[in-house]
Design a protein around this ligand. Structure first.
Ligand code: AMP
Ligand code: TRP
Length: 327
């Protein structure tokens, strides 16, 4: 069975973009691959984060993964900080990365361009830690949204560089993104990505939003004056985004939806999207609240910690030998 790994940072609230671009893929893949999913809490502290907020979003994240249908019998779910080998290999990968490479990473570059204050060293070297996260588990595939592809490309380069210097050690992984839904846009500004950090509550549907409020957000989503329901990202980004959301949540092809709305207006179309989003949230949240009360989160993490450590420990021991740390 081919191996797959991915992680999500426990910062901010999970939104529909995270669900469609990341979680929904994980659910799809859990039957086909040997999967590891972790909460990237070491990555969360690259920016300032309050202790209470970190704890809460970590728990919430696991609860939402489980509520979305991630099955702990099939997937190893764990906290990154529960496995010391991530930090150990992270340092080795930092030393294996060139400053020029890290300088080119867009997430960091964007923050520098915006002249944000107090950018941490961790934010600069975080792609090296991400490489370690992946390489520890010999992952063949890494499902991520488009924005993270660059980091997986770097991981490939670092794996090859290490293998060339020390001999075959790491599997060179491949990023995979969904064909539909890799970039869900803001409902209020459909040329901008729906995002945790983007302060745009009207444009973002949080997975724990009150379902009726979410319905209203979809109904007031920005569209255009063309008046035809069709998939044209360039000229009708709002409609294209709603089509993507409907298609992925309903499991119906965009082509089919477009056909169904031939000759009909936006109002009817929006109503369907709003209703599907609302029902999706109602179902998800009911599962979420029952999981949060059950104590399942703690049990699943304990189980994940043991399995992840077994694999990662073996790998880091091998790496230490290759490098010459073991005398
Ligand atoms: P982040 O919210 O940046 O921590 O991202 C967590 C995961 O969700 C990553 O795999 C992202 O690529 C994915 N993701 C984040 N925002 C979106 C979006 N608007 N559309 C699709 N995928 C997204
Ligand atoms: N950097 C990713 C994000 O911001 C999270 C992440 C950390 C990750 N390590 C990873 C994703 C390893 C995939 C594989 O979303």
């Amino acid at each position: 069975m081919k191996k797959m790994i991915s992680g999500i940072k426990p910062t901010g609230k999970l939104h529909l973009g995270n669900y469609i671009g990341a979680i929904q893929q994980f659910i799809k893949f859990q039957d086909e691959y040997s999967m590891m999913i972790f909460i990237a809490n070491l990555h969360a502290i690259t920016i300032k984060i309050d202790k209470k907020e970190l704890k809460e979003s970590t728990k919430q994240l696991i609860g939402l993964y489980l509520a979305s249908g991630l099955d702990p019998e099939k997937v190893t779910l764990f906290l990154q900080s529960d496995v010391p080998a991530h930090t150990q290999l992270g340092w080795i990968m930092t030393c294996n990365s060139h400053i020029g490479e890290l300088n080119r990473m867009t997430q960091y570059k964007d923050k520098v361009a915006k002249k944000e204050e107090n950018i941490t060293g961790g934010l600069f070297t975080y792609p090296s830690l991400m490489a370690a996260d992946i390489l520890l588990y010999d992952a063949d595939y890494v499902p991520v949204g488009i924005d993270q592809k660059q980091h997986v490309e770097l991981t490939r380069d670092l794996a090859e560089r290490f293998n060339n210097q020390y001999g075959e050690t790491f599997v060179v992984p491949q990023p995979i993104s969904p064909k539909v839904g890799a970039k869900i846009m803001s409902l209020s500004e459909p040329t901008k990505k729906m995002s945790k950090s983007y302060k745009d509550s009207k444009g973002t549907i949080d997975l724990l939003d009150e379902p009726n409020a979410a319905y209203k957000k979809v109904m007031s989503a920005v569209t255009d004056s063309v008046g035809i329901v069709r998939f044209d990202i360039e000229n009708q980004p709002g409609i294209a985004n709603l089509l993507t959301i409907l298609s992925t949540l309903k499991g119906e092809s965009i082509e089919n939806i477009v056909k169904r709305y031939d000759g009909k207006g936006y109002a009817e179309f929006k109503k369907e999207v709003a209703e599907v989003v609302k029902q999706f949230l109602i179902t998800l949240q009911a599962k979420y609240f029952s999981i949060m009360e059950s104590g399942k989160v703690e049990t699943v993490l304990e189980q994940g910690k043991t399995i992840a450590n077994q694999i990662a420990y073996k790998k880091i021991a091998k790496v230490y030998k290759k490098i010459g740390f073991t005398i």
